[in-house]
Design a protein around this ligand. Sequence first.
Ligand code: HDD
Length: 764
Amino acid sequence: VEALSAAMPHNPTKAAEHGFANGLKPQPGATAQPASRLPTGSTLSEENGSGKTGSVAPEGVNATIEPLDRVRVDSSGQRLTTNQGVPVADNQNSLKYGVRGPALLEDFILREKITHFDHERIPERIVHARGSGAHGFFECYEPLTQYTKAAPFREAGKTTPVFVRFSTVQGERGSKDTARDVRGFAVKFYTDEGNWDLVGNNMPVFFIQDAMKFPDLVHAVKPEPHHQMPQAASAHDTFWDFASLMPEITHMLMWVMSDRAIPRSYATMQGFGVHTFRLVNEAGESVFCKFHWTPTAGTHSLVWDEAVKISGADPDYHRRDLWERIEAGAYPEYELGLQIFTEEQADQFSFDILDATKIVPEELVPIRPVGRMVLNRNPDNFFAETEQVAFCTAHIVPGIDFSNDPLLAGRIHSYVDTQITRLGGPNFHEIPINSPVAPVHNNQRDGLHRQAIHRGRVAYEPNSLAGGCPFQAGAEQGFVTVPARLRAQEEQGKVRGKPEKFADHYTQATLFFDSQTPVEQDHIANAFRFELSKVTVPAIRERIVAMLRNASEPLARKVATGLGIDPLPEPQPLALANPAKPEVQKSPALSLLARPGDGSLKGRKVAVLVAPGVEGKSVALAQAALLEQGAIARLVGTRIGRMPTSAGDALDADASLENEPGFLFDALILPDGQEAVAALAQDGHTMEFIRDQFRHCKTILALGASRQLMVKAGLPVSMDKSHAQGGTGLIFAEAGDARQAIAAFIEGMTRHRHFGREMDPPLL
Ligand code: HDD
């Protein structure tokens, strides 16, 4: 037990869950596992968990653990059985008539095993199929009762358990993590008044304005139906054909072509609720609200060349990063911020707040920080939790309400509907990861896979035979929809159409592009160039350039040049000739570089190259200094295993140049020691390692003799600056000067990338 708890310092309750610390450990000679706790229906209340006030969930603990205990399985010390609990004597051989004779139909053990196996897969999500999840908690900073009665926001310090699933959109379940794509950012709050799912993305706008177009969008972006290519990529004809004919997509294209579509980590990307929602207080008064998650670690992304390479070497890059951060105690953390505004304010905005292709600029309505979310626990079982979790935008709680965003309206239907097929029926809310921690009582009955055993003969309301229970909660306690104004709608009657401001397709695309730093603008232009260069039909490329001319002439020109389009095509006709003048022309907050985060190196990975004869002291110094910052320094050798140092002792390389290429690391340290440097210089992988690190603008420290490696790799060592400045992110240390150089290296790493070195096309 001690050994187990010591091995899992950050999830201290895991030992208990697995039956080791709470007396459930099987005794020697035990024949069966003790009966698991029965589902209780009501699992958490103000007294016993999520509602704890003034307390923060301790590390690795959150209130979904106890409810899920009833279904956790620990087989240690147990004998193998069939699904009926019949002990199995032989799990190696099927039943035959003589060892060389025919297999027998009566072998119920084989047949049960194979039948179950045959049905192990369920349909993958039509979008967001590939994802990774984690448990955690949300903690409220201050009561927000002035605006909302929603349970998570009632008191300062109140914690609410959450489960979060991050995802890509286009690729299939087994596709790569680092595709250029939107990332899903779906949060399930297990509040004491029911589950609230905030099903957002890492971008605050969407491709389309009306749910009517969603199947078209998804059909266009998914692998093309005749040959199922390309996987996890939007760079193909059908997506850009659709995009070029849908000008409302322009703003979103800016975001998807920006580096936000290739995050460094789930822990370094923002999340957004996208739509305008409503907050409702006890008095029934409502305000509009936009939800923003901002990572404490700052917003950091990959560069495209790096993302492409990573997808080959480690398709699980983001999944691994999330898992390792949590196991290491470097918990991903996000601050929740709200933009709150009234209906009267919204009426004055130059854009329509019901249009999901528009943001509310922070300069117009500031973001108010209201709480933080910490992800502190990995799931026990990917399928049971991450795959079976069912997020639905329809899942809201008293205190939250919808706006009339027509995209949201379609979503309210779609998510519940899709789970019925994906999870096999209407009882998916009973799957443990989906079941609320609040009590569930109603008269819904039966259906596939029903878990609850309802007692008594009453399954209707009103009733007298069950004393009228379960009774209506009434407006005081129950969910009440905001009686929104509908005057204008009444005048129009039933229509298929859009409000006029929806037709301004370009103003905010311009705002986004103009608010980026020059480096980010270059990346956006290059991403358009790359994607469109994969499009085979010239007319599609030209239509996109024609569309971009309405958003940004310099961008359109740059993309056209990259594609050899000359002269520029005429701009696409405007749907709205005179759009309202925007309140904000530039929003620096839209730049990724605007949120560097807390400057911590938590979760970053540094490669220290080693070979026999390496100077060990400076390597140890660097490792210790990085560990202190929360970064992990891995020794990457010409091979794995023990490496003699120049001083006669040894180091252990746990990775090799072959199995962990350079682009998988955030920074690089090249070691001192003539013999080691000579060995590294012999290995072509070293040169690729260094060039990738240089090309991707990462901090590189060359200790002593390893300067030669930089020269051999063709790096412009003339960029050499005194390490006190470290401006280029290339740091050279003379022998014996390691301590100061390591400090400069760490300082360089806090800047993440040194884009001053970037060249297009790349120098190396
Ligand atoms: Fe969606 C999944 C986010 C528009 C229909 N969506 C899904 C997931 C996320 C989003 C994060 C994955 C949830 C998980 O991890 O299980 N979707 C969005 C956002 C949108 C959006 C931020 C626009 C603001 N989605 C959207 C529309 C529709 C859907 C307009 C349909 C009308 N989305 C679905 C779905 C999915 C889904 C088909 C597939 C799997 C699932 O729901 O559970 O219902």
